[in-house]
Design a protein around this ligand. Structure first.
Ligand code: TYD
Ligand code: MG
Length: 444
């Protein structure tokens, strides 16, 4: 028999080392190396009989989708859930992952699709308590409290389940792997097993994954490569709304988001998110509305800035929901190209309502908010502002201008400050600006 080999694997990033290390040289985390049994992946490989085929000879496969009826969720996945696909849903504890998938399962079961929820975290009774809060459940929905993935597969086969939901990959294990559930090799092998279950038996598999403090899905990065779709659940404890973002999607566009509200009876869809993000818009200095594009849709959000005299030797610059590096550039451009004196000021900038906007198209709105707060002059009311700010102070083109303008019109906003464009939208008053100084002239 071949000698069993052991190695040390980093549980954060999957780095391999022959000896134990206190700190992983790859991801710099402490105390993450765990000993695991190593297998030679080539040992079992037989000579493959696969032949290369001309691409013109390959039959185009029809992508079949199951529509859940939760519209936001279907749109997020590109128009329904693709059959025999693997979807990973990541998010912080308590954010609503189990709730969302239970709601989805109940909808699917109502459409005569057989669903099995396998939970390694909760008992059947606990799932039932949650289900009672949500809605009537169909008898097509099965629950199973189990950690052993082989037992789960057997049950899914017996039931001939069309959809399998795994409540947290970190609690699952395969008996032939000696390491504990949640370890790199268990997570990797369990996911590989689930891929097989999805592809060979044409099942839809949803996997819930925990996230680490840094916001990555716990376990090796390889997890994200193995699945077809990766969704991240975002939101914070201060707001009731939850945002699910598609960061990878083999069957649809990425950066698509779905917005929900966590209510007493589960998650409710929000069909017009711009409304909630603007609902408390302040008519104060330092506030501007911009239109951010997320996947196939535009969202109106309020960008706020606060500029005040600093008491620190190094003035504070802080941002929430915005790209900090871009803010640093915007501040530099405002100083150099528009002559604003910001070097002794603390500057805070954020997106109201907890959304994240990392698009360069938000530059102009951030710049106007900062200038507005500094000068105590109001940004133009009922106007959306967007455009990328170049280092010489020029306002650069952005994509999806029409989409942004139409979203503004939907909410009754009829003025826009934007880069020069040929796009016209009926009923919209467009004020094109070429550089930052021109834009600042709009402050009243
Ligand atoms: P849960 O789905 O258990 O989160 P996760 O699986 O991501 O850890 O959601 C837990 C939170 O959601 C919990 O704090 C209670 C809240 N909640 C509601 O507000 N309304 C509901 O109808 C349900 C089921 C949960
Ligand atoms: Mg849960």
């Amino acid at each position: 028999m071949a000698k069993v080999k052991y190695a040390f694997v980093c549980s954060e990033c999957g780095y391999l080392s022959p000896q134990w290390l206190g700190r992983c040289p790859d991801c710099s985390q402490f105390n993450t190396m765990a000993e695991e049994e190593m297998k030679n992946p080539f040992e079992e490989t037989k000579h493959s009989t696969n032949r290369a085929v001309a691409i013109t000879e390959v039959k185009s496969a029809q992508v079949n989708r199951s529509v859940s009826g939760i519209k936001e969720f279907d749109r997020l996945l590109g128009g329904g859930i693709v059959n025999s696909s693997l979807v990973l849903l990541g998010g912080a504890p308590g954010i609503g992952k189990s709730t969302l998938l239970l709601q989805l399962a109940s909808k699917l079961a109502g459409n005569n699709i057989k669903v099995l929820i396998a939970s390694g975290e909760e008992s059947e009774e606990q799932i039932k308590i949650r289900a009672d809060r949500i809605s009537n459940m169909s008898s097509n929905l099965y629950v199973l409290a189990e950690n052993n993935l082989e037992a789960i597969e057997q049950q899914a086969d017996e039931l001939k389940a069309d959809v399998l939901i795994i409540d947290s990959i970190q609690t699952m294990f395969l008996p032939h792997i000696s390491s504990a559930p949640g370890s790199v090799s268990q997570v990797r092998e369990c996911t590989a097993k689930l891929t097989k279950i999805a592809k060979s038996k044409s099942r839809i598999v949803f996997i819930i994954g925990h996230v680490t403090k840094e916001g990555a899905i716990a376990g090796p990065r390889i997890l994200e490569h193995m699945v077809d779709t990766v969704l991240y659940f975002e939101g914070d404890s201060f707001h009731n709304h939850r945002i699910i973002r598609a960061v990878k999607n083999r069957f649809g566009s990425t950066n698509e988001i779905a917005v929900f509200n966590m209510a007493e009876d589960g998650l409710r869809e929000i069909n017009n998110p711009s409304e909630i993000f603007l609902s408390n818009k302040a008519n104060e200095n330092g506030s501007t509305i911009t239109a951010a594009v997320e996947g196939s849709r535009a969202l109106l959000v309020e960008i706020q800035a606060l500029v005040c005299n600093s008491t620190y030797p190094n003035p504070r610059r802080q941002s929430a929901g915005l790209d900090y590096n871009r803010i640093a550039i915007i501040i530099a451009v405002l100083q150099k190209r528009a002559g604003l004196s910001l070097s002794d000021k603390d500057i805070y900038a954020n997106v109201a309502g907890g959304l994240r906007v990392f698009e360069a198209a938000a530059d102009l709105a951030i710049a106007l908010s900062i200038a507005s707060s500094l000068k105590n002059r109001e940004a133009p009311a009922d106007t959306i502002v967007f455009g990328e700010l170049g280092l010489s102070g020029e306002i650069r083109q952005v994509n999806n201008i029409e989409l942004r303008l139409k979203e503004a019109l939907k909410l009754g906003i009829k003025k826009a400050i934007l880069p020069k464009t040929k796009v016209k939208v009926k009923g919209m008053d467009l004020q094109a600006v070429e550089n930052i100084s021109q834009a600042l002239d709009y402050l009243s």
